[in-house]
Every structure is written in structure tokens, then in C-alpha cells.
Design a protein around this ligand. Structure first.
Ligand code: AMP
Length: 352
């Protein structure tokens, strides 16, 4: 895929070429079409995946398109970031990609005098990049109004929560127009992140990306060709392999997860199923047992797997393969975390 396939305008394509990018990264390929189509988006991606361009490019394009049809005055996009460093990086990206767009960006953050930031704001800004505390300060002093915002980005939302910005974020969100497009990025999917995103996003597109080098470098992937009726036996056989520690097994359906877990238990391999029909309490209990090593296999559906964060997971087994590549990347990203080596197995039906 090329940047041209993403239907970006000429001035953006020129800026991309100038930056020396050959082709869009995964997060860019998967996010840009949704954002251009006006959808809210939840992106699970770390820094280094190209996520800044994944939201900056389509936002610039949408604002430019809006200007042709006589958009409202005032700030059109607000990007919230946890730190001054990140805010500056985002600002720089918008300025680089937006060369030739005529759009103005301003970056505001705490820890420095507000004077320069205020004088820049007074000249007018289309895209505002801000850390939450300073933004609220400047709103209170009436240097910033949020009533014209069309696009909101929360970058590194998990870090913002860790840093205790939750109340500031809630206050800011409450001041934004309801008819906006919201994009939410986090590197980890904790229950708090999920809860916050639920209050901000409406029917979002979901994009999960693991850095490529992590996948190729630390996770060994293998495929077993097997007849459908032999799949269960193969799973038991694989689990009896001495090199196997614990494993997270993915099935497509809740019933499938229950069946696989039951079958493993019958063969003396401790397993529990976790899926949407199990209570939160029950899921937590299963996870705890798994972490402690009391349960060797956790059989999960994709929906619940998003909240699973296990430090030492040795294997991920795709008992049923997922329907899209992003889910596959997300599944296998459950192993090989934080430098731990992991293996991912993928039983496949044989051609016969
Ligand atoms: P980010 O994840 O947004 O912090 O980006 C990480 C780095 O990747 C930055 O230095 C970007 O300039 C660079 N980058 C972003 N998109 C691409 C691309 N499509 N090709 C090559 N480098 C890129």
C-alpha cells in the first residue's frame, strides 16, 4: 500500500515525500481511512509505530477540506498529550506535514511562562496541542475557547491516567462540542483506559498494532497443518510438550472457548475459559489462577483478551484463526512482552 492509495491530498503527499517515508506504517494504513471517513477511533499503539502521522495527516486533510466549504473560525483540532516533550513532538509533526496547508498550530504546556503561548494564541490557531493542566489554566483566563473544536485526539491516554490527569481530562471533554470526531490512543489497554474511552468515543473503529520489531524479534511463530477433527488432540499433544509453560488459547466463540477448556481439563490439563458471558469477578479469578500458575491454559475470545496483561506468558495458540490481521497481531502481542521471549502457534486445517 502507498500513501497515494490512502487518498491523501497533494500537499500532504509532498510533505510525506520530503520526510522520506516510503510507505505507510500499519497503524497509518489501518487508521487513516477510518479517520477520513469521519469515524471515531480507538488506537492501541506505542510510540514508534508512526501513530502521530496516523492522526495528524487525516486531521490536516479534513481541516483543509472544511476550509474550502467555509468552516467556522477558531480552533478546529485539539490534541491532548501527557508531557511537554510529546506535545512538542506532535506540534513539530503537524507543522512538518502541514507545510503548504496554511494551517496554524500552537503548543501549550506547563512549567514555562505562558506569555509566548498566549501571544501565539492571540494570532489565531487552527490546531492546538496541549497538556491538560496548562490548557485548563488558559481556558480559565479566557485565552482559549473550545466551542469550535471538530477533532479531538487523546494521545498516550494510558499515561495521562497514570499521571493523574483524569479529572482534568473530564473537565476538558465536558467543554467540547458534542458533534466532534474523537481519536483515542493508548499503548496499553487497562480497565481504566477502556472506561475513559467509552465516555469519549462513539461507535469507534478499533485498531491494534504491535511494533513490528517486537513481533519478528521476540516471538517465534509456527503453523500446524491439521484436520479439523484432529485439532483437539493436537492441542492436548502440544500442551503436553515439555517446553510448553502456560498458554493463552484463542477461540472464535464463547461456546468454543468453553468446549476447549472442558476438553483440556478432562485430559488433566488445567484450563479455564474467559469470555463475555463470565462475570467480571469470575474472569478476574481465572486470571489470578493463571498468573499464579494454578491454571495452565486460559481459553479466551478476542473481546476479553484485550484486557489481559500477563507478564510471563510463554505461548499463544490461535486455535481458530482471527478474521483480520490486526486481531492476529494483537493476539500474539500478548506474549513476548517487555522483552520476554514468546511463541505463537497457529493450528490450521489441512487441505484434505
Ligand atoms: P511516532 O510513533 O508517531 O512517534 O513515529 C515514530 C517515528 O516514525 C517518527 O520519527 C516518524 O517521523 C517516523 N515515521 C512516521 N511514519 C513513517 C513512515 N510511514 N515511514 C517511515 N517513518 C515514519
Amino acid at each position: 500500500m502507498t500513501f497515494k492509495d490512502l487518498t491523501l491530498t497533494k500537499s500532504l503527499l509532498d510533505a510525506i515525500q520530503k520526510a522520506g517515508y516510503q510507505s505507510p506504517t500499519k497503524i497509518q494504513q489501518q487508521s487513516i481511512p477510518h479517520i477520513l471517513a469521519g469515524k471515531d477511533l480507538f488506537g492501541c499503539a506505542q510510540t514508534g509505530t508512526g501513530k502521530t502521522a496516523a492522526f495528524a495527516l487525516p486531521i490536516l486533510q479534513k481541516i483543509m477540506e472544511g476550509q474550502k466549504t467555509g468552516a467556522r473560525h477558531g480552533i478546529k483540532a485539539l490534541v491532548l498529550a501527557p508531557t511537554r516533550e510529546l506535545a512538542n513532538q506532535i506540534d513539530e509533526s503537524f507543522r512538518n506535514y502541514g507545510t503548504g496547508s496554511g494551517l496554524r498550530t500552537t503548543c501549550v504546556y506547563g512549567g514555562v511562562s505562558q506569555q509566548l503561548q498566549v501571544s501565539k494564541l492571540k494570532k489565531g490557531t487552527d490546531i492546538l496541542i496541549a497538556t491538560p493542566g496548562r490548557l485548563l489554566d488558559l481556558i480559565q483566563q479566557r485565552f482559549i475557547q473550545l466551542g469550535t473544536i471538530r477533532y479531538l485526539v487523546l494521545d498516550e491516554a494510558d499515561r495521562m491516567l497514570d499521571m493523574g490527569f483524569i479529572n482534568d481530562i473530564k473537565k476538558i471533554i465536558a467543554m467540547l462540542p458534542a458533534d466532534r470526531q474523537s481519536l483515542f490512543f493508548a499503548a496499553t489497554l487497562t480497565p481504566e483506559v477502556k472506561k475513559l474511552s467509552g465516555t469519549i468515543l462513539s461507535d469507534p473503529a478499533l485498531v491494534f498494532v504491535t511494533p513490528e520489531k517486537e513481533i519478528s524479534g521476540l516471538i517465534r511463530q509456527s503453523v500446524y497443518y491439521v484436520r479439523k477433527e484432529d485439532k483437539r488432540d493436537l492441542l492436548k499433544h502440544v500442551m503436553k510438550d515439555t517446553g510448553m509453560g502456560n498458554a493463552l488459547v484463542f477461540t472464535r466463540t464463547k461456546h468454543g472457548a468453553d468446549r476447549v477448556a472442558r476438553d483440556l481439563n478432562r485430559s488433566g490439563i488445567t484450563a479455564e475459559a474467559i469470555h463475555g458471558d463470565k462475570s467480571q469477578n469470575k474472569r478476574e479469578k481465572s486470571l489470578m489462577g493463571f498468573r499464579r500458575g494454578v491454571i495452565r491454559v486460559l481459553v479466551a475470545t478476542d473481546v476479553v483478551s484485550r484486557g489481559i496483561d500477563i507478564d510471563s506468558l510463554s505461548h499463544v495458540i490461535n486455535y481458530e484463526i482471527p478474521e483480520d490481521p490486526a486481531t492476529y497481531v494483537h493476539r500474539i502481542g500478548r506474549t513476548g512482552r517487555a522483552g520476554a521471549k514468546g511463541t505463537c502457534k497457529l493450528p490450521r486445517k489441512s487441505a484434505s
